[in-house]
Design a protein around this ligand. Structure first.
Ligand code: CTP
Ligand code: MG
Length: 266
């Protein structure tokens, strides 16, 4: 992979592969039910992870993909990706961690220092269209520190006071739906910004421990940037970039894939 290192060089070769992607894939997939780790569950006969890596590899902007695999499955995941021949891209596999955040941090550590733009993409989003990947990279190239693809919400959202045991939950507020977005991946970052917030979060965790009153967990990387005062911007996502979380999502993903295969056939 040739990574342009100076702005001048980048201008001369605007389509060069300058972004690297981290794919957190070390989750168990508890909400999907019993079975293999979620990233290895199949969609159209191909593991979700392979779909997700292919989706990134389709972008000319992406030259390197680092997969954070279940720690006990690193050789298996490496062999799996090799067997699915991913057209000339540099694919590396590292051991993931106990949380998504840790998996991303371990993946980031495997990216060469000269890479300036980093994407983070869930293995559980197998069907993200390449246009979304390209739009995120383009927004980072245009100067944004942190970029997330997102879509408007169909449902109205209410903030509640969670209650145990299925008891009715008091509603606190109803944010205006038009101002809300459901956030997807790949999220794109200036590498230095993403590394800095992950380091700060790690230091914060080390000092807070599991103490009560510790900050709530952050569920995406852009959330870490926000926590430490950075600016995050949203670009249009796509309904097909949804995350496979529950069994019904797999049914939907199979339908989307079948529709794509049917339309490719004509
Ligand atoms: N992930 C990870 N390392 C972890 C936990 C999650 O790399 N320790 C990854 C998952 O593999 C997934 C992405 O983060 O690609 C988004 O997480 P999620 O959808 O929550 O996946 P799981 O954690 O596997 O699912 P669940 O929460 O239902 O167990
Ligand atoms: Mg999870």
């Amino acid at each position: 992979m040739a990574i342009p290192t100076s702005p001048k060089e980048r201008n001369l070769n605007a389509t060069a592969a300058v972004a690297a992607a981290v794919v957190p894939a070390a989750g168990r997939g508890e909400r999907l039910g019993p079975g293999a780790p979620k990233a290895l569950r199949e969609l159209g006969g191909v593991p979700l992870l392979v779909h997700a890596v292919r989706a990134l590899a389709r972008s000319r902007a992406v030259g390197l993909v680092v997969v954070a695999a279940p720690p006990e499955g690193v050789p298996e995941v490496g062999a799996l990706l090799d067997s699915h021949g991913l057209d000339g891209k540099d694919i590396r596999v590292v051991a993931g961690g106990a949380t998504r955040q840790e998996s991303v941090r371990l993946g980031l550590a495997a990216i060469p220092a000269e890479v300036e733009i980093v994407l983070v993409h869930d293995a559980a989003r197998p069907l993200v269209p390449v246009d979304v990947v390209d739009a995120v990279v383009a927004a980072v190239r245009s100067g944004a520190d942190a970029v997330v693809p997102a879509v408007p919400l169909a449902d109205t959202v209410k903030r509640v006071v969670p209650q145990a045991g299925g008891r009715p939950e008091p509603v606190v507020e109803t944010p205006e739906r038009a101002t809300l977005r459901a956030v997807q991946t790949p999220q794109g970052f200036r590498r230095a910004v993403l590394c800095e917030v992950h380091e700060k979060a790690l230091a914060e965790e080390a000092s807070a421990g599991q103490a009560e009153g510790a900050l709530p967990p952050v569920t995406d990387d852009a959330g870490l940037v926000e926590r430490f005062g950075g600016q995050v911007v949203v670009v249009p996502g796509h309904e097909e970039a949804f995350k496979v979380t529950r069994p019904l999502d797999l049914v939907l993903a199979e339908a989307v894939l079948a529709r794509r295969r049917a339309s490719d056939g004509f």
